[in-house]
Ligand binder design. Sequence first.
Ligand code: GLV
Ligand code: MG
Length: 308
Amino acid sequence: MTVNRLRPRRSCLAVPGSNPRFLEKAQGLPADQVFLDLEDACAPLVKESARHNIVDALNNGDWGGKTRVVRVNDWTTHWTYRDVITVVEGAGQNLDCIMLPKVQDAQQVIALDLLLTQIEKTVGLEVGKIGIEAQIENAKGLINVDAIAQASPRLETIIFGPADFMASINMKSLVVGEQPPGYGADAYHYILMRILMAARANDLQAIDGPYLQIRNQEGYREVARRSAALGFDGKWVLHPDQVSAANEIYSPAQEDYDHAELILDAYDWCTSEAGGAKGSAMLGDEMIDEASRKMALVIAGKGRAAGM
Ligand code: GLV
Ligand code: MG
C-alpha cells in the first residue's frame, strides 16, 4: 500500500479533461495538486474523448512534483466504470489518486476500491497504488461522512463540494461558498466541521472546494481563510490567479512557523536530560508542555511541507 496521505494539497487545480490546451497549461502552474476532470467540467458528448486526452496528458506531460488526480463521474451515472478503467489501465503508472464525486455512502468508496484492485492486478501495478479522494456534495454524503472516511485504506482526503452541496440542500444563494443572505451567521460552519472531524478522526486531509467568482480575488481569500482557520489543508483553484492565494493561505504565516520551530526546540531541550527532563518550560512569557508541542508540530509540519 503506497497511499500517501501527507501529500501537499494547499492548491488543487481543476483542469477540464476535454480541453487539451488547459491540460498543457496546467503543467506549468505552481499548484500542489492537479485534478483532470471527467465530471462536471466535461459535457456528456465529450466525456469519451476527454478520457483519452487525460491518459495522453498523464503519460506524456511534465507534471513536475504535482499530485496527479483524475475526477471520474459519480456512481449514479453510467460513465464511472469506463472512466476508471480507461484512465487507470492507460495511465495508472502516472496517476496518484482517483477523485470520486457526490459520494453518498461507504459502499460507493468500497466499490471503487474493489475496481481499482482488479485493474492494478491486471496491469501489474502495486495493489493499493492508486489513492481515493471522496467529495461530499449532498446531505446524504454528509450524514454518512464518518463511515465514508473509514471505508478504504486508499482514502487520502475528504473534499467539500460547495456548489453541488448548496443545490442539494436548497440553500438560497447562487454564489458558491458565500453566505446566503438572511441567515446572519456562518452557514458553512457545521458542514466544514463535520467534514474536518471525519477526516481528522481517520488521519485524512480535509480539502475545501471551489470558489466560482474567479475575478473576485478578495472573495476567494475570505472563503479560503475560513476553512484554513479551522484546519483544512487546502482548497480548489479554478484559475491561475487563485493558485498563489491558496498556497499562501494554507501555509502557516512565517512568524507562526518560526515560533512553532522555537517551541519544538525549547520543548526538546526541557525534556532532555541536559535540560532537566522537565515536562514543561517557559519560552518567554509562554508556558509550553506536551500539548504545545503537538500544536507546534502541526504548524511546523505544514510549514516544512511548504518548504519554509
Ligand atoms: C464541486 O464539485 C462542487 O460541487 O462544489
Ligand atoms: Mg460538484
